[in-house]
Structures are given as C-alpha cells and as structure tokens.
Design a protein around this ligand. Structure first.
Ligand code: SAM
Length: 463
C-alpha cells in the first residue's frame, strides 16, 4: 500500500460566517440530507451525480432550495475527498472503535467532521446540529452523548491532530502505487483531496478569455479558473460572461486532448460514439468536421443537443447502442470515448473510489475491448480510430489498446512528441497519450493537475 495521502491540515478559520442557527429546520435538513446521501454512496455504492441530480436526485435533496443543495454538495465533497483523514482522526478521539453495525452513527460523525475540519461553518453549529440529528434518528438516538463528546473534542483539538492516512480505499491506493510508483501515487492522492479548478475550452482567443474571466491559459489552450483569491468564480458557471452566447464549454484540459489526435478534420465525416454530454462532439464540430454523435441514453443525448444548441455548433445526433449501430456509409474517422471506471476524475467525482471496485474495472475493460473491436467496421480503409477514456487503470487503457492491435485490420498510429507542444511528458514510449492528476503541476494546488486520461490512435489498414 502506498501510505501516501494528503497530510491533514486544519482549515484556516471557522466561526465567523452566517450559516443557519442550530435550531433552524433548514440547517438540520441539510445535515440529515448530507448524512443520508453519504450513506447511499458508501453503503449502496450509489453515484453522487445521480443523488444530487437537480431533476431526478434523492428526495431529501430535491426538498432543499438551491442554497442548501450547494451546502450539501460542499459537505459531501469535503467528506469524500478527505474520508481517510476523517476516519483516522475520529479513530484517534474514540476510546474504542465504533460498533461494526453503527453505520448511521459513523456517517453522521463523518458529515460533522467534514464541516468542522474543512468548511467555513461555525463549529458549534456543526456540533449542535449533529447532536439534534442524532436525537431525531432512532438509530443514533442512544449515541447522542457520544456524538456531542467526540465532536467537541474534535473542534477543540483539531489543530493538534494529524494523520497521513490515504484518502482512498486500500485497493485504490495499492493500484495507483503498483501502476505509477509510490511517489507519483502519493502526489495523485494528495491532489485528489483538493477541489479542482474549472477548465474551459474556448472557441477562440484563450488569452483574451483568461484575462476577461480571471484565469490562466494552459499549454493546450484550455482556460483555467480556480476558486481562489484573485481568480474567483462567484455563483454558478451559467452567470459567467457569454455563457448563453456559447463561446466556451466546461471540459477538463485532459479531456480536450483525444479529439485533437485526428489532426486536420475539416470536411471529414466523423462518428463520435459514446458522445454525451458532448464535449468532444463540440470540439470536432468546431474543428470543421461533419460529426455524427451516437449515444445510447436518451436523457444524455438530450443534454448533448442542448449543449450544442447553446454553442451553436452543428452535429447529427443518433440515439443508438453502438454495438447495433450500422451506418449507411463508413466514416473517415471514429472517436470512441468509452464508458470507464472514471478513476481519473476523482477530483471532480470524489465518490468514485468508494463506489467503484476492481470487479467494475475488469468488467468495463472487457466492454471497452468489445466496443473498440466494433469500431473497426465503421471506418473506411485508411480511416482513423481514436480510443479514449478517463480511467487511471492501465487495464482499461494501455492493455485494451495493445490487444486491439492483435486485429490484423488495425495498425498503430503513435502520437509523436511534436504533436502537443508543452505536453511532451504525456506521450508514452508506445505513442499513447497518458495523463494523471499529477500532470500540469502548479505551485498553487488549487490550480494544479488534470484528469487522468488515456488515448490511443489507430488506422484501419487499406486493403
Ligand atoms: C465517458 S461518457 C462520454 C463523454 C463524452 N464523449 C464527452 O466528451 O462529453 C460515455 C458515454 O457513453 C454512453 N454509452 C455507454 N454505452 C453505450 C453504447 N453501447 N452505445 C452508445 N453509447 C454508450 C454513455 O451513456 C455515456 O454518455
């Protein structure tokens, strides 16, 4: 096991904000909702995105107003990003381990500790509301005294406590260390504990947009904004200038790389398989390709259409399972941005290490290999295929790409060092693209990193 992880640092200050008073119902509902959702993530392996969906989210979440929903998301983000740390610190304060079956109690303590350690919420408010929540829950009522005592000790002693426990389950930390070495694994785990910046792909003039929005430009042209002093996003992204005008879209810097592997695709017919929500469809359309976006989920395809409409970018859209999809005419190029474990996106989806398992990774790797085999027949002889996904696990990336090359109809088209100036470090000796959150380091961790991504490029051999 790597043993690496973000060393615990107490938050700078607490106690000066205007969060709801202990006795008020909305304040209590927020904590009850956060505890319920954390339980669903940890115990039932439910995805946080689904639980906090604004249309189809958990009933407790749907009952809250926008302000309370964002507080629930902030609490859950802190609780999941720092789960290992919180667990270790609570263990230091407990005289004996919690009973095995006291799942609801553990969840409540984690939610409270996330507020006390990481959020600008007065500690007394976090403690009082947690004690009230314990009293309101028949499973926790008998532990209300313990909740009170532990949380008061945490609040009192937090500046003296420390741990270097990794913020990931053992299998996740071990996989990282095995794949990337102990040192890099520790960097990845540390950066995953930090709320990520917001990356925008802009239609044009990245420097101008960076100045206008208060961000920086990365070597690939991505405009990066962070929630830090001087470079601050207040309110929703939809409030940023020109959101409605469709001059940019949110896309991690790493996610913007696979679509660039086609080179000049002006006027070419390109299939974007697994297309929604459409970040890569938009890139391909902006680059002048005649894009057909194929997506199995009707809801997600609707989102893709809305996104393209805002961006005023054209694409044909097809609701279909790519395994059954038979195009009338073969494409010049195909992008397969396959479903994966998403272990490269933990900064944005801190539930992933706790909801996914090694078995999920194995199943997804098999599915990706089937999908990739299917793409060969969709492209013309001489046509290009790009396979990508946002997993950090080589069994979903490098291994899938290598075994695809056993197909005599395919040849590798390695990515060359000159293709991505400033990003040479992301190109592997085999000519694959491989990024991890340890890439794009910046002195300020809140501006640092990128998603873990893999991409490989192939050509269908002309016969
Ligand atoms: C990683 S996401 C794609 C992200 C997208 N390429 C982008 O850049 O915005 C994978 C997508 O594949 C879709 N998908 C999964 N299985 C599929 C299948 N058999 N056929 C078509 N789409 C599928 C999922 O619904 C999901 O929207």
């Amino acid at each position: 096991m790597s043993g690496g992880g973000a060393a615990f640092r107490p938050k700078k200050h607490a106690g000066k904000q205007n969060r709801p008073e202990a006795a008020d119902r909305p304040g209590l509902a927020v904590r009850q909702c956060a505890a319920r959702l954390l339980g669903a993530v940890i115990e039932k392996k439910t995805s946080l995105d689904g639980l906090t969906d604004n249309q189809h989210g958990h009933p407790y979440y749907m009952a809250l107003d926008d302000r309370d929903r964002s507080l629930v998301r902030a609490i859950l983000g802190a609780a999941l990003r720092n789960r290992g740390t919180i667990d270790a610190l609570l263990a230091q304060l407990l005289d004996r381990p919690l009973p095995e079956n006291a799942v609801a109690l553990k969840t409540l303590l984690h939610i409270a500790a996330a507020q006390i350690l990481y959020l600008d919420i007065p500690d007394h408010s976090a403690v009082d509301l947690s004690v009230t929540a314990a009293n309101e829950d028949p499973r926790n009522r008998r532990y209300a005294g313990l909740v009170n005592a532990i949380l008061r000790r945490l609040s009192r002693d937090k500046d003296k406590l420390s741990t270097s426990a990794p913020n990931a389950p053992a299998w996740f930390a071990e996989n990282l260390a095995k794949t990337y070495g102990a040192e890099k694994a520790a960097v990845i785990l540390a950066i995953q504990a930090v709320e990520p910046p917001v990356d925008l792909t802009v239609k044009s003039d990245p420097q101008g947009w960076a100045e206008r929005l208060g961000g920086i430009v990365l070597p690939n042209g991505t405009v990066r904004l962070a929630r830090i002093e001087g470079i601050r996003i207040e309110g929703a992204l939809t409030d940023l200038p020109d959101f409605a005008e469709g001059e940019w879209w949110v896309q991690d810097a790493a996610a913007s790389l696979p679509a660039r592997l086609f080179g000049d695709i002006r006027g070419k017919r390109v299939a974007d398989l697994c297309a929604a929500p459409g970040g890569k469809t938009a890139q391909l359309a902006l680059a002048g390709a005649d894009v057909t976006a194929i997506e199995i989920s009707a809801n997600r395809l609707a989102r893709l259409r809305t996104n393209l409409e805002r961006l005023k970018l054209p694409a044909h859209t097809v609701e279909a399972n790519l395994m059954q999809y038979r195009p009338e005419e073969k494409f010049d190029a195909v992008l397969l941005d396959a479903p994966c474990s998403s272990t490269g996106t933990v900064r944005r989806h801190p539930d992933v290490p706790w909801t996914k398992s090694p078995e999920d990774i194995a199943k997804l790797a098999t599915l990706q290999a089937e999908f990739l085999a299917r793409t060969v027949d969709m492209v013309k002889p001489g046509g290009i295929i790009v396979f990508s996904n946002c997993s950090l696990d080589p069994s979903e990336g490098e291994a899938v790409a290598r075994s695809a090359l056993e197909n005599p109809a395919l040849e590798a088209l390695p990515v060359s060092q000159g293709e991505f100036p400033g990003l040479e470090g992301l190109i592997t000796p085999e000519g694959f693209l491989r990024s991890t959150p340890a890439d794009f380091p910046h002195p300020d961790p809140r501006l640092s990193g990128m998603d873990g991504f893999f991409a490989a490029r192939f050509r269908r051999i002309s016969t």
